[in-house]
Every structure is written in structure tokens, then in C-alpha cells.
Design a protein. Structure first.
Length: 314
């Protein structure tokens, strides 16, 4: 990794919600009401946290939720083991699932994002974290129907994706191989030009988030830190955490310069758990470069959930 020795560490993050989540993941900042939404995957729970008041609410899901993709109507599209489901926070109800990988019953959906152009990107993984059966997907409207397209494959555990603010570069983690890839996003939405962006030596790249200058924040699972990469792959920031398993961050607050970071307790030994009492909590720290404005996905009237038609795009 270029530039590692030139980086100065920042002050330690602060725990603002001592939740002790088993595997906290997928934070999303919603500016309209100043809230952070995230999940605890093994507990099949969705959480809403309001930093201004400290209010915290939880919903139980019918199965594990790995990502929350904001919809313009105030709901979320959720990535789950049986596919994509719409979640309505007002009623607490989930739609029936729309399967994505019917040919891969050992897989589940994992991380995802809505980019600055309102496009959805998400990945899948082998639930046993052994086989390279995961892929990277996009959702687009075709002939009035929402369709899922698989653009890349061969991932044991995919994470991210994240998209640059100009909408022209997508980053995706191959977490088990300690690798982050970059793709060009073609004018027609296809992913092309896959290339190595960064490879970690300590820990595994988990959730990634692109800021408003195209920098890429990466939380390091098993590495106890969050890192920021410049668009050329050099490291600009390293933020150490008081816990080993750091999963993903969202950039929010009124100026979009507060990082809200989820963490996990899942793989802690009893000795580690004693040393890391706030593991599984939500942490914050301040950044220099603001995040991007959180966008939502628009589902047109009459459009149902995406179909499971996902040929590998060339």
C-alpha cells in the first residue's frame, strides 16, 4: 500500500451507542431526519439511531439483513439470504422475497449501496465463507422492469461496493483475499476495466465508502482500524479503534464530516471481549473531507421488485 509510512493517526473514535452487536454492519446516514440506520446480521435486526437525541429503535426481520438500500418512498430494499425484500419502517412489514441467486443456494446477499445517480449496486457471498461463489450486481430499469445483472464473480466474501462521486468508478472488496478492486462504469452502466486498487497486509477490507473528493474509506475487519485511500491508491488517513472488528462507516452529520462506524463482537475470544468492552457498538470520529449526499433508489409506480434475471455481463 502506497504511502502507509507517511500517515499520521487521528484521535481515537468515541462510542456513541454501546449496543454490543454480534455483527453490526451497513450504516446509512439519512439527512432528512438525522438518523443512522444499520443492521446486526446474525441477530436479524434493523436499528435506527438518532445521534442528536440518543433515541434508538429496533425492528426484527424475518431473516438476516446484510444491507439497507434507501428508497425514495422512505422504505428500504434489503439484501437477505433469500434475495431482496422491501422493508417499510412505518409498518415493520417486509415484502415477499425476490430471489437473486436461485442457482446458488449456499449464497446470501451481502453489502450494497445506492450511488449518486440513484443506481443500486450490491454483492453476494458464500454463507460458509469457503467457496468463490459470490458476485457483484447492479439493478437497472429495462423496458419498464427492474432487472438484476451480475457483472463480476469469483468472490468468497464480497463487500462494498462503493462508487466515486462522478459515478464513473466502482470499488468492490474481495475480503477473504484482502483485496480491493476498481472498475470503470461504462456509459451503459456495465462494469469494465477491472483492476487491483489496494491489497491489505493486516486484516480484511470490509465495508467501503467513497467521499465527496473520491477518497475511499475502508473499515478493516480483524485489523482494528479504518483507512482512507486517495483515488490513486495511496493511504491518506489511518484511524485506530479500541476494538478488533471494524465493519463499515457512513459519513453524516450536518456537514457530512462525522463518521458513524459499526463494529462487531462475533469473533472475539473471551479475553478479547474483556479487553474490548465497547466492541459491537457504534462509534464516531470526525473527518476532513465531507461524504457524498445519500441518494435513494426510485421505484416507478407499478414496478415490483427486481427480477432474478442476471446473466454475467461482458
Amino acid at each position: 500500500m502506497k504511502g502507509w509510512s507517511m500517515v499520521e493517526n487521528r484521535a481515537a473514535p468515541r462510542c456513541v451507542l454501546d449496543l454490543k452487536a454480534v455483527l453490526g454492519e451497513g450504516p446509512v446516514w439519512l439527512p432528512q431526519d438525522g438518523t443512522v440506520w444499520f443492521v446486526d446480521i446474525p441477530q436479524a435486526r434493523i436499528h435506527r439511531f438518532e445521534p442528536g437525541s440518543g433515541a434508538h429503535r429496533t425492528w426484527n426481520a424475518p431473516d438476516r439483513v446484510a444491507c439497507l438500500l434507501p428508497l425514495e418512498d422512505g422504505g428500504f430494499l434489503c439484501g437477505m439470504p433469500d434475495g431482496l425484500r422491501r422493508f417499510d419502517p412505518l409498518t415493520g412489514l417486509f415484502s415477499p422475497p425476490q430471489a437473486v441467486e436461485t442457482d446458488l443456494p449456499g449464497n446470501r446477499l451481502n453489502d450494497g449501496t445506492v450511488d449518486a445517480l440513484g443506481r443500486i449496486w450490491f454483492g453476494s457471498m458464500d454463507d460458509a465463507e469457503q467457496e468463490a461463489s459470490g458476485g457483484i450486481y447492479g439493478i437497472a430499469a429495462r423496458d419498464g422492469t427492474l432487472r438484476v445483472t451480475r457483472y463480476d464473480e469469483g468472490y468468497v466474501v464480497s463487500n462494498g461496493p462503493a462508487v466515486s462521486p462522478d459515478g464513473r468508478t466502482l470499488y468492490a472488496c474481495d475480503s477473504s483475499r484482502q483485496t480491493i478492486y476498481a472498475f470503470d462504469i461504462a456509459d451503459d452502466g456495465r462494469l469494465v476495466g477491472k483492476r487491483l486498487f489496494a491489497r491489505l497486509e493486516q486484516g480484511y477490507p470490509d465495508g467501503i465508502t467513497a467521499d465527496s473528493e473520491g477518497g475511499l474509506w475502508c473499515c478493516v475487519f480483524g485489523g482494528g482500524r479504518a483507512m482512507r485511500f486517495a483515488p490513486d491508491g495511496s493511504v491518506t488517513d489511518v484511524v485506530p479503534f479500541p476494538c478488533t472488528y471494524v465493519t463499515k462507516l457512513a459519513l453524516g452529520g450536518e456537514d457530512r464530516r462525522t463518521a458513524y462506524v459499526t463494529t462487531a463482537r462475533r469473533d472475539l475470544t473471551p479475553e478479547q471481549a474483556e479487553r474490548e468492552p465497547e466492541a459491537g457498538g457504534v462509534f464516531t470520529f470526525r473527518v476532513t473531507v465531507p461524504g457524498q449526499v445519500q441518494c435513494s433508489f426510485r421505484m416507478q409506480a407499478g414496478q415490483g421488485l427486481p427480477t432474478g434475471d442476471h446473466p454475467l455481463a461482458g
